[in-house]
Design a protein around this ligand. Sequence first.
Ligand SMILES: Cc1cc2nc3c(=O)[nH]c(=O)nc-3n(C[C@H](O)[C@H](O)[C@H](O)COP(=O)(O)O)c2cc1C
Length: 185
Amino acid sequence: MKKLLLINGSPRKGNCAIVLDRVATSVGSDVIVDTINLKDKNITDCYGCSMTCSFEKGCVKKDDMHDILIKMLECDLMVIACPNYFQNVTGVLKRFFDRTTPLYGERKLRNKKLIFLFIGGLPCEVTEATVPFCANGWTRPMKVKWLNTYILQATERNNFIDKESSEAKILNLIKEVNEELKIGD
Ligand SMILES: Cc1cc2nc3c(=O)[nH]c(=O)nc-3n(C[C@H](O)[C@H](O)[C@H](O)COP(=O)(O)O)c2cc1C
């Protein structure tokens, strides 16, 4: 069975959660879906002992992160959703990125398929100009296979600004996820 891992970097159950829920319910019963709302997890800051950091030895911090790293290693495709916070990813997502360092030394996420979804309150071009660049600071050293980026505009919960174009993007995201999960069947 294929495994789809959905990671939400928002500190609230808002627009990212709405889109990820739609992705989760779009896949067939032959796919195992795991949704991680990082805000609900006990993930503390990276301690910065990176010279001695390894997955085999295990992180010195004993919290929810170890189980998440295993889910990342085991999945076939990850979708990471995150709001634009001051032209950057949220602190929640950044803390999570930092704590993936045990997978960095041996590039354990090399070629792991990843799709990003970023949602900002301002027009999509604003988010597009900055947030993917911030995420690139993690994807490039990790050597993940960054397949695509979807960018939406929404302010209040479930208030997607350009409804038609937002819906088209969500449907494209769903289509891409389902196609990627079929590859190699
Ligand atoms: C602290 C904070 C900072 C934000 N900064 C930006 C920003 O710089 N640019 C932008 O387009 N939207 C910004 N927003 C708006 C959010 O990105 C937007 O409301 C998004 O839809 C929230 O996603 P969520 O509902 O999944 O949390 C900010 C929101 C908050 C709370």
